[in-house]
Design a protein around this ligand. Structure first.
Ligand SMILES: CC(C)(COP(=O)(O)OP(=O)(O)OC[C@H]1O[C@@H](n2cnc3c(N)ncnc32)[C@H](O)[C@@H]1OP(=O)(O)O)[C@@H](O)C(=O)NCCC(=O)NCCS
Length: 225
């Protein structure tokens, strides 16, 4: 490990992981293997969460105020599946003055002109071809593919194994379940998945999806109320 200008040994910056579920443990597991590596130092939960003060996967579980007091220089990443909670936590991070870490696993293949927003997580095994824009605090899970001219807005979640072909536009907060595929959009008219929609596991989306709608099946249709 290299010594910095002050003579102390520099290592990866410390990382607070907001959440304490499966996603949080997975992200803690690969944070040190990212293009910009981080050293996870704690999981962070709400002050009234009974797990605060316990340990998980060899790390302390702390409230945000305790975590900031113990690790004042740490960055943070939001490791929670719900877009609504991610939106709120992103505001909490801004208010607390905590920097957001962007985690791109080093196995991720990125072609040219791929933009990735602050706080976004790209898990191992994802392939992104070219001319793709991904917003802030998005979460692209294990083994997804994202092709040319597609857009994932802020707080979008792709579960493992999602295939996004060319010219698909997924609006803010949408959740895409495991193994979902989409048909290709057109260069002059992207296939559009509306804000805060949910696409059920295993679906194939062949047409635009209205905002805040849940679709399932092949071809994907709105779920019956
Ligand atoms: C779509 C989804 C959000 C619906 O959840 P829900 O609102 O709780 O719906 P329910 O489980 O009550 O199911 C309602 C109906 O939809 C059907 N359904 C649910 N999910 C479905 C899916 N993915 N594909 C096809 N049909 C589905 C159910 O069989 C049920 O049908 P019925 O009314 O004829 O019995 C959920 O099933 C899903 O697919 N979530 C994604 C899970 C995932 O990928 N997680 C990844 C974690 S990393």
């Amino acid at each position: 490990m290299a010594a910095d200008a002050t003579g102390s040994r520099a290592g990866p910056p410390s990382l607070l992981i907001l959440g304490a579920g499966g996603a949080a443990r997975e992200i803690a597991g690969f944070a040190s293997e990212c293009v910009e590596p981080y050293r996870p130092v704690a999981f962070v939960v709400a002050d009234d969460e009974p797990t605060a003060g316990t340990r998980l996967a060899d790390l302390p579980v702390l409230s945000l105020s305790d975590a900031q007091a113990r690790f004042p220089a740490a960055a943070a990443v939001i490791a929670i599946g719900s877009a609504a909670i991610r939106r709120r936590l992103a505001q909490d991070l801004d208010r607390a003055g905590l920097g957001a870490a962007t985690l791109v696993h080093r196995s991720v293949v990125r072609g040219p002109r791929v933009a990735i927003g602050l706080g976004t997580i790209l898990a191992p095994g994802t392939v992104i071809s070219c001319d793709v824009a991904i917003g802030r605090h998005a979460y692209v899970n294990l083994g997804c593919t994202i092709s040319h001219d597609s857009v994932l807005e802020d707080f979008v979640t792709l579960a493992p194994g999602v295939s996004v072909p060319g010219s698909v536009h997924i609006e803010s907060g949408t959740f895409v379940g495991v193994g979902v595929s989409f048909v290709h959009g057109r260069p002059d008219k992207a296939l559009r998945i509306g804000r805060d929609a949910t696409v059920g596991a295993g679906a194939c989306v062949t047409a635009d999806v209205a905002p805040a709608t849940t679709v399932v099946g092949v071809p994907a249709r709105p779920i019956a109320d």
